[in-house]
Every structure is written in C-alpha cells, then in structure tokens.
Design a protein around this ligand. Sequence first.
Ligand SMILES: [Zn+2]
Length: 372
Amino acid sequence: MRTSWRIFTIFDIQIRIDSSWILIFGLITWALAGRYFPSQYPHWPLLQYWLVGIIASLLLFSSVLAHEMTHSLVARSKGEEVRSITLFLFGGVAEISEEPETPAKEFIIALVGPLSSIIIAALFFGLWYGMQGINEPVAAMARYLAFINAILALFNMVPGFPLDGGRVLRAIAWRVTGNLKRATRIASVTGNVIAFLLIIFGIWQILRGFFFNGLWIALIGWFIHSAAERGYRQVLMKETLKDVRAKDLMDTAFETIDSSISVQELMEDHILKKKERSFLVTERGGLAGIVCLEDVKAVPPEKRMDTEVKKVMTPREKLEAVAPEADGNQVLAKLTSSGINQVPVVQGGEIKGLVCRTDILDFIHLRSDLGM
Ligand SMILES: [Zn+2]
C-alpha cells in the first residue's frame, strides 16, 4: 500500500498527497529555480529564483488540484459520491465511488478536467500578457504556468483509459456499442498503442543523443501503458463481480472455534485436517468474532504457537454484515472500506455464511481460468 497524507478538506472532499509528490515537488522547484528561470532570466538575484520557483511549484500543485476538483464537483452534481482526491506523481486521482452508469455522464465528467486546465492556461496566458514589462517575475511565472497547464490538458486528453481522453473515448464507444466492457477494451487498446509509440519514440530520441528528453517520453509512455492495463483489469473485475451474490460466494460449512486456542492449533486441527478456511470464534458461548485463512497467514510461523486466535480475528464490533443478495462489488467494498478480511452474511439476525477476501479472489481467478 502506498502512503498518502491528508492535507485539508474542501467541499467535504479530502485532499491527500501521495508520498511521491514530495519528491516531485522538490524536483520541480529545483528544475525551475536551478535551471529554467536562470536560463531565461540570467540577471535575477539567487533568492528570487528560489522564491519564484517555490511559488510556481505551489501554483502548479493548485492547478492540478483545480483540475481534479472540477471532475469531482461535476461528478457530485451528477449524483456520484466523491470521497477524496489524491495528488500523485503525474497529477491527481479523484476517488469517485462508482463507475458512471451512463455514457453521457462519463463523457461530461471526463471532459471537464482538461477543459478546466485549458481555462487555467488561458488565465495565466492573460496574466503573462498583462504583466509583460510591468513585473518580470510574475510574468515569468505566468508564462511557465500557462505552458504547463496546456501540457496538462494535452496529456490528459491522450485517448487511453483511464486518462480523461480515454474516458471520453470510452464514453463514445460505450454509446455506440452499448457494451461497457468492450468500450473499455477499445479505450485501453488505444492507450496501449499510443504508449507503445511513445516508448519507441523515446528510445529513438535516446539513441539520437537526446538522453533526458527521450527518457522522459519513454517514461510517460510506460505510465500510460500501465494505467491502461490497470484500468481495464479493474473494470473487468467490477463487471465480473456484478453478477455474483454474497450467498454464492459465502462459505456455509463454517465451524465454530473457541477464542482461546492458538493459531497453531487452528491450523493443525481445523484448517489442515478439515480443509476449511473461515471460522466463527466464540467466547463463553457467545459470538466473539470471525477468523479467516488470511488472518492466520499474517502471523509469522514462529509466533503461531503463542498467539491466541482472539488476537488475530476480526472482533465482533468491527464486523460489518451483508445481505445474501448483496452483489460481489458491495461485498468487496465492505471489505476494503473497513480493512477487514471477512464479512458475515446475515439474514433475519442469523449468520448464514462467511465471505473472505480469498473467496472473492478465487471466484475471479476461476472465472478468468475458464475464460469467462
Ligand atoms: Zn483529469
């Protein structure tokens, strides 16, 4: 798991920065203050390069945030729930809770991001134009920000899913084919083709002696490629899990064990002998929690003898139940949002079965093994 920090909350949306942003922020400030501004304006005092460099970096950061904020606010006005925005290496990611349910919604939510970047670029262009000959540092900064926001808009319009341009392409393909999965495939393949061309072009530049330019282009190509693959896999997973119910995923033959037995005992007497992987844990006859194979695997072998099951189980108060008719995505969302390994399936106040993370993964693997 990557680390990110919450920096502030605005319009009820958490703004977070990924750890990679610290590095990028430093690099950009250094590139601006140490290279770019000195080469363009050689007569400035040293301190001014750094001051202007830091402010320009912060404004770049704000521009990326404004881009993501536009996606988020438009998504929210269309009825989507937006929890957080994380700013990372090449920009930002707005965590919009669901995939949009219509092509029209997706089209507009995706398109407003690059549009906002174009508007921001135009505003900085205007500022640069107005400040020429009046205030050189402000004009210099505005010129750089106009340029970088135009690049941001262009990069995001690359038609490879999950970039904005890819989402726009997907919305169009979705509208035409009526099939979200096929539309996503089309947008990912297009993204991969562009990524591949960029990598080839980057390598060609490196061979021609433009090492840093080439490396940069190839890196962007690689980034688009991996984003396209990851985006497609996520959609595939969501589509697969849409068709399965909690009652089909759950393990109904679960056994009841006492919370005071050791993890070692649980493994030897229950998991290995009876080939089961999820258990109800009781304490003095009442339900204390649930334990799954994942919880057991997380305990290092040398500690399994001395660790009691109650130490590794998901305790009763943290358990979140799902209904038998809940679909696979709802079950997975429960597991992810509460950071637990299992959910009980409850009907009429009675536990009917248990669903573990592995049950969901097994289901996905089985489906893809069978080519479904
Ligand atoms: Zn965007």
